[in-house]
Design a protein around this ligand. Structure first.
Ligand code: GCU
Length: 683
């Protein structure tokens, strides 16, 4: 196994800078841990590993000799009496996940967390500073995560496959069992805790027959083993459940959420689960969505369904994470009045306030489905009385499937910075999901993971940046994309400024490059049905999925305006509603999402829609060419395994970009009959 590929951003490369070493070595001679818990153990082990590897020196571990230790780690309550340097007022205000890192007398380093989990975060923070070779002489850091739930969703199935997985097989399951190879799961937990992830659901949201049994005593002992591992890294586990479980595994005739037997069944089930896993996080539920069972069968609504489960989990502090990805996936394309984009809002807005307080609604970032460009879901801000969390997709289902490079942090950052105007100017998505705008009891962010059992975890080595960046961004949405990118590169590939610059520009441009050669101006889709890789402009045009582009000889786009279209624009608060509704103000990148326009329509850039399509598609391929050239300048400068992994994928990306360019350009040339002004080759 190639260790550099496997180690992701926790390389802990030996520090070569002699001067730096001389100045700082003494600070890393010995460690004392005050307190004892599995998480503190993980913290200590990681610190030890990092120091050993970076300083080539095994630090001494003290049990008690606080005065002599160069690093002191522990939980605030157990430690603060011993250190007058700790500002008690400041610490009292912080939450359970907050920590401080402080240089105290004798130059010792104090790492204090409000909980053992926070101590682990403090250790990772210190290790990050070391990996980044930041100055560490006078540290005085106080940190708290901005979001409460920072979660990953695994879409893993028990046969070892991963829905929308592009990095090999599941690390959790094989041969219809939970894996015996727990080492890999432990390393995953390490990586996740290093960026502050504190929750994970470990099976696919589509819960098939066997996976329905994960909540039975056939599998709960094994699930509990996984929970043990994650617990020691401060991560709670959740399971996706099948709403029809009472029928499938409970021998009931119904799953009606108001049926007394069903209610009792879930109560008992919760008790059983918590016997195995006392700190079980709760359920993730995809119900009445893409053929999954749900409360609609019994003429009940989503609140009835979610509250059934919430009541069962409540005595144990468990949460129900109920997904809002609900739409009619049996639409008739001839029916122009139904608009998939409107569905989540139409289903859930009327139920605002009807959910119990341990329910969280999980909303995808856009109204459709993780396209390269979508508007922000209008449900953000529309739910004032219902706990909400945001769902991103790290796995690159529609963004190149880890063959193509697409660094998603800039996309996520745009979503988080989006102003919904729900409570006037400044009502950003980030302040909705961090709970501050509406005072939600529970909220946060989750994302579909991009890892599998490939040696480098993510298939494309540079896709590791998406996992890292996701964690860092949701810890603190105020971090810039540039800062996160640079951190990741330096931790993963080291300090060479040339390497940093090359990879940084590749990552930061990659989303826009991908957008250039795929579906234009926010229209989305145009992918091969089913697997969703590569171009197929009419692939979904006459299907049941509600994802149409309506291109004809005169124009293209979906009219979602208020007067002449589906009215989707009306789901936004002013002024967003007016901005999207009007052709004059609708931003170019979302034009075809909101409007049907003639090919000759002039964009704000001054070029016509058709010329924009040609220009961006030619440009996209040229840009991929440049990515390949850029990467080739790194040959010999980074290890061969990671170098060739990326190189191979860039070549696949070039093929893909050309296929997109030629199919899109040809299709629209044939439809419109309008030639490229620059007379480039269109087939
Ligand atoms: C997409 C994806 C599915 C997934 C679904 C979901 O439609 O293609 O594989 O199950 O999203 O989020 O539930």
């Amino acid at each position: 196994i190639n260790e550099k590929s496997y180690a992701c951003w926790l390389q802990y490369e030996r520090i070569e800078d002699r001067e730096w070493l001389e100045n700082n070595k003494s600070r890393f001679q010995s460690i004392v841990v005050i307190g004892n818990s599995p998480i503190l153990n993980s913290a200590l082990n990681e610190l030890n590993l990092g120091i050993r590897s970076m300083f080539d020196n095994e630090p001494t571990l003290y049990k008690k000799r606080v005065e002599e230790a160069s690093i002191i780690i522990g939980i605030y309550d157990e430690i603060h009496n011993q250190f007058k340097e700790l500002d008690t007022n400041r610490m009292e205000e912080l939450n359970e996940e907050s920590y401080i890192i402080k240089t105290i007398k004798n130059e010792s380093l104090l790492l204090v967390g409000k909980s053992d989990k926070a101590v682990l975060y403090a250790v990772h923070h210190l290790l990050r500073l070391l990996q980044l070779r930041e100055p560490i002489e006078h540290l005085d850091i106080v940190e708290s995560p901005k979001n409460q739930l920072r979660m990953l969703n695994q879409w893993d199935n028990m046969d070892g496959s991963i829905e929308r997985g592009y990095s090999g097989k599941s690390i959790f399951y094989e041969n219809n069992r939970i894996t015996k190879n727990l080492g890999r799961i432990k390393d995953y937990a390490r990586f996740l805790s290093s960026v502050g992830i504190n929750a994970i659901s470990i099976n696919n949201v589509n819960v098939w027959k066997l996976e329905t049994k994960l909540i039975t005593n056939e599998f709960l002992p094994d699930v509990a083993n996984i929970a043990d591992i994650f617990r020691s890294y401060g991560i709670k586990i959740f399971l996706s459940i099948n709403f029809a479980s009472p029928i499938e595994i409970g021998q009931l005739q119904t799953a009606d959420p108001l049926d007394p037997d069903v209610i009792k069944w879930w109560k008992n089930k919760a008790e059983e689960i918590y016997n195995f896993i006392p700190d079980f996080g709760g359920f993730v539920v995809k119900a009445d969505s893409e053929h999954r069972p749900g409360p609609f069968t019994y003429n009940r609504n989503h609140a009835d369904g979610a509250n059934l489960l919430a009541n069962a989990l409540k005595p144990y502090g468990g949460l129900v994470i109920w997904r809002c990805f609900v739409y009619n996936c049996l639409q008739d394309w001839r029916d122009r009045s139904t608009d998939r984009a409107k569905a989540a809002y139409d289903h859930f807005k009327p139920l605002d306030g009807e959910f119990l307080d341990n329910v969280i609604l999980q909303v995808k970032n856009g109204p459709m489905d993780f396209q390269v460009r979508e508007p922000v879901s209008p449900l953000f801000g529309a739910l004032e009385k219902t706990n909400q969390m945001l769902e991103f997709q790290i796995t690159q289902e529609y963004t190149g499937q880890q063959k193509d490079l697409c660094f998603l942090v800039p996309l996520w950052k745009e979503v988080l910075e989006y102003d919904t105007y729900a409570k006037g100017k400044g009502s950003k998505v980030k302040s909705i999901v961090d709970g501050s705008l509406f005072g939600f009891k529970y909220s946060g962010i989750c994302a579909v993971s991009n890892i599998g059992d490939d040696e480098n975890w993510t298939g494309h080595t540079l896709a590791q940046a998406n996992l890292y960046g996701y964690g860092r961004l949701i810890w603190n949405p105020d971090l810039s994309s540039e800062a996160i990118t640079e951190e990741w590169i330096r931790m993963t590939f080291g300090e060479d400024p040339f390497i940093i610059e090359q990879i940084k520009s590749m990552l930061l441009e990659s989303w826009s490059i991908y957008e250039n050669y795929t579906a234009p101006l926010g229209i989305g889709w145009m992918v091969n049905p089913g697997h969703h890789y590569g171009p197929n402009i009419d692939g979904y045009e006459y299907s049941v999925w509600g994802t149409y582009h309506f291109a004809d000889r005169d124009g293209i786009g979906v009219d979602r305006s208020i007067d002449t279209g589906t009215g989707y624009a009306n789901q936004y608060f002013s002024p967003n509603k007016e901005i999207y509704n009007s052709l004059d103000t609708c931003p170019d990148e979302l034009l075809l999402f909101f409007h049907h326009v003639p090919y000759g329509h002039k964009l704000k850039t001054g070029v016509t829609v058709i010329q924009h399509i040609y220009d961006t598609h030619f440009k996209g391929v040229e840009q991929v060419d440049k990515l390949i050239k850029k990467w080739s300048t790194l040959k010999g400068k980074i290890d061969e395994a990671r170098y060739s992994n990326v190189q191979e994928r860039l070549i696949l990306q070039l093929d893909n970009a050309k296929a997109w360019r030629d199919q899109i350009n040809t299709y629209f040339y044939r439809k419109s009959g309008i030639a490229d002004e620059k007379k480039r080759k269109i087939y």
